[in-house]
Design a protein around this ligand. Structure first.
Ligand code: ACO
Length: 427
């Protein structure tokens, strides 16, 4: 097999080695490109650019395959516990029961927040978006935990990891509770990681909390499905912020901001808002299909399309099934689920969507489950962030252990050529 790619430019021919992944993926290693040719590559949106070699997630968008550390997402979503998946992603192997117990105990040790952070939370206006609040509070954790750590030390890395795994669920629960007008409380650390998150979020001040296994299981599944997705927008953000040797809290806070946008994690909120708008508008699917296809209309079918999946998103299939089951088990009839199914069917049968290989993504049905659990629409993306945390940590850790250089793309300058300064009175 040819092991290099040849580039001819300006009468010269330069060869670049090919890099092969464990699933036979090929890339041209252009590290020497600029030195050899004085050229750079231009790839807005990084549609053809690999930023790293990673051993965490394998994704084949053409075949609809997603694996965490070699394990199929279907297998993990069906059989695993979120904390096991977090351990797998971060450390590379499924934990033994001793390793899992220790991980949970170490996380519990860190599952508290400086009381002064409550003052920051309370100072946000009640209309503040939960993602902005979560990102700010995660960043603020740096101020309350200022000690920098040595990334050469596995032990110090581990301490940073259990610290954020312990503290982020408390912040998420508090952001949700503040938005819902509920008192800020801690959980019950005798419970498992996910069960404790459910308790911290849903416990009411006026009655004994009784765990609902349907909610716990649905939450576990959603967190696993959102846990990792290789070099997406928020993960690339975490890696690039971390590449400047900023700490883990700061890197994750940046990831939360990147996740917020409606083209990324914010799509789960945008989908349910879109479905509600369609419902209020009489449920006319055809009208919204026409809008989605009209290039002069900014409307897009939220929860449809993906940069990488060009066949189907395996997470969407699992979530659709889970949405049906959870709503049925909770005895909830949500009219937007029916609208979602009709919209999906209409889009799948429409040449515009078929030609562009646009399929439902992970967020098309996830908001419907969150809503059935009693989570407000604006808080959906906060739940996504909680699920994505192990993925961000795993990628950040891998980047630091591999001693990757600071992320710093180049550009092609298309602005003004050099010109003299014009004083104010001459302009
Ligand atoms: N509705 C209507 N048309 C769409 C949609 C959509 N949801 N998505 C893509 N298209 C069209 C584009 O207009 C474009 O058409 P053209 O070739 O005629 O110009 C074509 O499909 C390709 O779309 P791009 O925007 O170039 O694809 P890209 O890979 O850059 O974007 C993205 C992917 C951002 C996910 C896009 O499909 C989208 O905006 N989807 C809706 C938002 C969404 O659901 N985001 C969540 C993604 S999953 C996640 O991040 C967790």
């Amino acid at each position: 097999m040819v092991k290099f790619a040849k580039l001819s430019y300006d009468g010269k021919s330069v060869e670049f080695p090919l890099v092969e992944g464990t699933e036979d993926e090929l890339a041209i290693d252009i590290k020497s490109l600029r030195a050899a040719t004085n050229l750079i590559t231009l790839d807005p949106g990084f549609k053809n650019t690999g930023s790293c070699q990673s051993a965490i997630t394998f994704l084949d968008g053409e075949k609809g395959v997603l694996r965490y550390r070699g394990y199929d997402i279907e297998d993990l979503a069906k059989n695993a516990d979120f904390l096991e998946v977090a351990f797998l992603l971060i450390f590379g192997e499924l934990p033994t029961s001793e390793q899992l117990d220790k991980f949970l105990v170490d996380i519990k040790e860190e599952s508290y927040i400086d009381e002064d952070l409550k003052k920051i939370l309370e100072s946000f206006p009640s209309a503040a978006h939960p993602m902005g609040v979560l990102s700010s509070l995660t960043s603020a954790l740096t101020a309350f935990n200022p000690k920098t750590f040595d990334v050469e030390s596995e032990d110090e890395m581990y301490r940073a990891i259990v610290r954020i795994m312990g503290k982020l669920p408390v912040l998420v629960a508090w952001v949700f509770r503040k938005k819902s007008g509920l008192p800020l409380k801690y959980g019950d650390y005798a419970l498992g990681y996910v069960e404790n998150i459910a308790r911290m979020m849903f416990r009411k001040p006026n009655k004994e909390y009784v765990a609902n296994p349907i909610i716990d299981q649905a939450l576990n599944k959603l967190l696993i499905l959102h846990a990792e997705h290789e070099q997406n927008c928020s993960t690339s953000t975490v890696r690039i912020v971390g590449s400047s040797h900023a700490g883990l809290f700061a890197s994750v806070a940046a990831g939360i901001s990147a996740l917020w946008g409606p083209l990324h994690g914010g799509a789960n909120q945008a989908v349910v808002e879109m479905l509600e708008d369609i419902r209020k508008d009489g449920g006319d699917i055809d009208k919204y299909m026409i809008k989605a296809k009209d290039k002069s209309d900014p409307f897009r079918l939220m929860g449809f399309g993906h940069r990488v999946y060009k066949n189907f998103d395996p997470r969407a299939r699992i979530i659709k099934k889970a949405a049906n089951e959870v709503l049925e088990n909770l005895g909830i009839v949500d009219p937007v689920l029916e609208i979602a199914k009709k919209l999906e069917q209409a889009a799948l049968n429409d040449p515009y969507f078929a030609d562009r290989k646009l399929y439902p993504n992970v967020d098309f049905y996830s908001g419907i489950i969150y809503r059935a659990m009693g989570i407000s629409t604006e808080t959906f993306t906060v739940m996504f962030a909680l699920g994505r945390l192990p993925g961000w940590i795993a990628q950040w850790r891998e980047m630091r252990l591999n001693k990757e250089p600071i992320g710093r793309p180049r550009q092609i300058y298309v602005g003004q050529n050099q010109r003299p300064f014009v004083p104010l009175n001459k302009r």
